[in-house]
Ligand binder design. Sequence first.
Ligand SMILES: Nc1nc2c(c(=O)[nH]1)N[C@H]1C(S)=C(S)[C@@H](COP(=O)(O)OP(=O)(O)OC[C@H]3O[C@@H](n4cnc5c(=O)[nH]c(N)nc54)[C@H](O)[C@@H]3O)O[C@H]1N2
Ligand SMILES: Nc1nc2c(c(=O)[nH]1)N[C@H]1C(S)=C(S)[C@@H](COP(=O)(O)OP(=O)(O)OC[C@H]3O[C@@H](n4cnc5c(=O)[nH]c(N)nc54)[C@H](O)[C@@H]3O)O[C@H]1N2
Ligand SMILES: [Mo]
Length: 775
Amino acid sequence: MSDKGNIRDYNGPAAGWGALKSVTKSWLGSEKPLKNLRAMLKTNQNNGFDCPGCAWGESPENGMVKFCENGAKAVNWESTGRYVTPEFFAQHSLSQLARQSDYWLEYQGRLTHPMRYNAESDHYEAISWDDAFALVARHLNGLSSPDQAEFYTSGRASNEAAFLYQLFVRAFGTNNFPDCSNMCHEASGVGMKGAVGVGKGTVVFNDLEKADAIFVIGQNPGTNHPRMLEPLRKAVERGARVVCFNPLKERGLERFQNPQNPLEMLSNGSEPTNTSYFRPALGGDMAAIRGMAKFLLQWEREAQEKGEPAIFDHEFIKAHTTGMDAYLAEVDATSWDKIVEQSGLSKAEIEQAATLYRQAERVIMCWAMGITQHRHSVPTVQEIANLQLLRGNVGKPGAGLSPVRGHSNVQGDRTMGIDEKAPAWLIDAVEKRFNFKAPRLPGHNTVQAIQAMEEGRAKVFIGLGGNFAQATPDTPRTHQALRNCDLTVHIATKLNRSHLVTGKDALILPCLGRTEIDMQAEGQQGITVEDTFSMVHISFGQLRPSSELLRSEPAIIAGIAKATLGNHPVDWDHLIADYSRIRDLIADVIPGFTNFNEKLKNPGGFHLGNSAAERNWNTDSGKAQFNANALPEELINAGVLARGDKPDLILQTMRSHDQYNTTLYGLDDRYRGVFGMREVVFINEAEIRRLGFAPGDKVDMVSLWDDGRERRVSGFTLVAYDIPEGQAAAYYPETNPLVPLESYGDRTFTPTSKFIAIKLEKAKADNLIASAAVN
Ligand SMILES: Nc1nc2c(c(=O)[nH]1)N[C@H]1C(S)=C(S)[C@@H](COP(=O)(O)OP(=O)(O)OC[C@H]3O[C@@H](n4cnc5c(=O)[nH]c(N)nc54)[C@H](O)[C@@H]3O)O[C@H]1N2
Ligand SMILES: Nc1nc2c(c(=O)[nH]1)N[C@H]1C(S)=C(S)[C@@H](COP(=O)(O)OP(=O)(O)OC[C@H]3O[C@@H](n4cnc5c(=O)[nH]c(N)nc54)[C@H](O)[C@@H]3O)O[C@H]1N2
Ligand SMILES: [Mo]
């Protein structure tokens, strides 16, 4: 694969003509062009469907064409004209399929039939829905404890599906809810709850139009939230500042261009003058922001001495916050040496960032995986909150905290109770409404679920969407953990690696996608989702289902639930006939959903409300909390230090432009100039030479962890790239075997996917062959 690949500079803007060409390619490639055009025009429109891409919210103006290049790819990928049928499985044994690449697997098209793995023939074979449900029920009811089952959720599941799922699982008797959020924005939730009393972003779309400065920290919106480029571009146009913290010069952040505006497309992009780009060390953001706070504190003291206007928002601090003195003492106690060393930025750069921050009356701080996938992600999120509290930048228009979510309904799934450590009020509400004793002990998150399966404490794995085998860390171990199970079940739209890493028994249950018409006993159903701004709206599929046998996610959950529990605690069939009945239950249990069905009639949906945005603080103290966290002693984990050898580099794992998490749409990464290959590692040229290699060489990456296991990926091509020294970057999920299961965030259990200590070795020929077989 990599022989065909090449590297060249990309000089075009983000989005623009390149985007349109790429969309047209995937659109024609999907073999259903006309239908898909209709579908795309309906994306994120009232009465249309919610884009199955990212969780970015919509501009409230209606009538705009609201899709982006990568949303169009997601729609096309789902509504392909290719099918994975029982004949397909008859032709390909599991062992044969396992030798195919992840890209090939998903490219085969949509799953059409429920399938059960037959170990004797080594083939998946068709099974009826009833038999499939009965099989799951038999396994679940045969367990000696409900805690021996793991119920995974990926963030595309609708509110209706997620609510039914948590109800079924709790009625069954466990809180084992590993979910993709554990690997994603967990730290944003934990950190913000401890700071402002709510785990969700405090800003709404309109705030972006009022901000004087928008900080984009550890996020690559040009690829992962393309619809965000438009409000950023508008902000720059009206003179607001866009300030980026990212070790990589991401094309989408350097230049903005809107493919939906043909006139601007002709201009081929322009370098906006009022953006600023800072390139910290991996994991260095907490130190950088601490440094900004240190400057603010210095300026505040100087202003007080000279009797000049204050830098801090004292009125806000006094009325709304607690803990500032302890925090400022911690700021004073943090030395500049440590700040400069850990942040990877000079004191002058930090001063520049602090000046930009101070000059803005209203500041929004956005962040994503560059912040949340570190060991000290919770303190980093809290440091962002500390800085914002100093200037009253929470709970006023044009300002706030904005963790930009990933999956299109990952935020809604949590709201619905997909939470392994559910708060007591939720359990109380479920018990009260449904009249059963719900489990109260915390269940397993993703890391704990893998450990439980590895050790034989969990025996059944059920995945509501996603690709657990590839999205998780320590791939060979995770695969073995899944293989240890008695039963693995995947509710999915397309074939992926997880379906091939089977327990003793295994099922694939094919479901409708977001784009497809969902017809139930009482007519066509819509499902609801919540975006990153806490807007809830309804989504109606537009296309004919890929197969008559497909069932909706709620219907599949109801089928499993009924087979396992009978009509306890609800009449499952009755709910599935009309999803507004599920929404009535949601309204009874989940705060903010009173009159749910009624509110959905509002075009564009409704806002769930956010207490911190209204300056109500649901913290222990009843105030917004400054958190006086110390900077980490060392960024490097003790599990690495214990080995005693020094890493060559710190590796971050990230997304290319042609992928949606583990789904690969293609092998290009246009903005980074990589074409036709994915097994590459980006390193500074001087560093490549210092380590005794040359660009283009093939290497193995070995990660360091003191547990006696070898973690290695093989045959990666060295790409000379503009990236700070000491760092490397490569794509996920190919590099997941390098992430030790035990290397996770404090208080979050989020794998440290953006901070992996590695050594480079010259690739060995036999490794190249092994890696070709896997990939
Ligand atoms: N097209 C498309 N859209 C997507 C997805 C997709 O795969 N494809 N995935 C969805 C999901 S689930 C999510 S969570 C989001 C992910 O959205 P992002 O968080 O944008 O995703 P990543 O590719 O992981 O990019 C992380 C960015 O952070 C930078 N970074 C890494 N480490 C650090 C650090 O220590 N400090 C700083 N300041 N920056 C750092 C990287 O250089 C990179 O630009 O996107 C969602 N949207
Ligand atoms: N090294 C490393 N690892 C990471 C990350 C990283 O940055 N680096 N990022 C992490 C993050 S942020 C996340 S969110 C996770 C993602 O983890 P997951 O959410 O588990 O993975 P996805 O790749 O999004 O799942 C793709 C699969 O979902 C199924 N699917 C698609 N649409 C639907 C649908 O409508 N219904 C159902 N039932 N199934 C559907 C398809 O079968 C497809 O193969 O990965 C995490 N892992
Ligand atoms: Mo994510």
